[in-house]
Design a binder for this molecule. Sequence first.
Ligand code: CP
Length: 334
Amino acid sequence: MAYVSFEYFDKAVGAPGNRLVEPVRKAPFSHILSASQFTIDDVDDFCQLADDFEAGFLPAQLSRRAVGLLFFQSSTRTRLGFEAATVALGAHAIGMDDMSASRSNAKIGESLEDCAAVVSRLCDAIVVRHHEPGAAARMAAHAEAPVINAGDGWNEHPTQALIDIYALRRGLGTLRGKSLAFGGDPRGRVVRSLMQLLRFEGPREIVFCPPDKYDIPADVLSAIAEFQIPHRRISTIETALIECDAIMMAPYDMSAIGEPAASDYVAPHATPEAYTITPEKIERTRSTALLYHPLPRFDEIAPACDKLPNAMYFEQVRLSKFMRMAVLHRLLSR
Ligand code: CP
């Protein structure tokens, strides 16, 4: 893997056992709104920095920084992941458990623009999740501090894409020449953001396993065409278990996690058998495909799979903290 090289200066920053040098990194981003803004060097840099954090690197200069967590839509991993990363960096997370209890809610009607203008004067970075596509960009246009898009409706989830690439690289060694399947609703923001980063990874193919009635979004298909990655559709997840190196699963219906249903074809907790992954299928196919999932899952991966060597989704969560530390470090090191 072609990681960018780093210069180091002699500055003691760590506790005994931790690395005692501070890497000099690239210029910070203004905002993180879309995975399409990243270069291959950015992705490599984030992955290297995440590795450094996992190995115990402690930055020195973030102790007086505050990160505003503005979650207008529910979240477990992203909300707590950014909070855990903020704490681990020695910075402070501020925010409300639920932004619908703030004055920036639909009932009182303070605009996202005013909310951004206010909160960005009280903290050093804003992490925003919202049900509206483009909400993070609207806030960024009026913010005095960097804005991180932590999921805006169906549009994008760029830090999840960084986490997914990092976890895929860790699991597979490299994605180059590998076959990656997508289970679940292909309209999801995770698919859209991850697709942007796959252009750097050289996969052999992308395999979609949606129900027949689901369309793959036109913008996702045009991105695949632009990046010249071969793709195909399959009709059962068992085919992916046999033929693919990794499967990025997602719910087949996202209405239970606050997104509109794609159709009435699949209910949130009644995924058709053709699309569920079970230990029996893994055993029958002797599959070595690695299983990823941004989570939450419903019934698309049976809990009995969790102990199998294929299951990478909880490791993906563990790695997410280091990647979010890397993202915050780069934004806060201004
Ligand atoms: N993966 C993810 O975005 O999970 P949350 O909705 O819990 O943040």
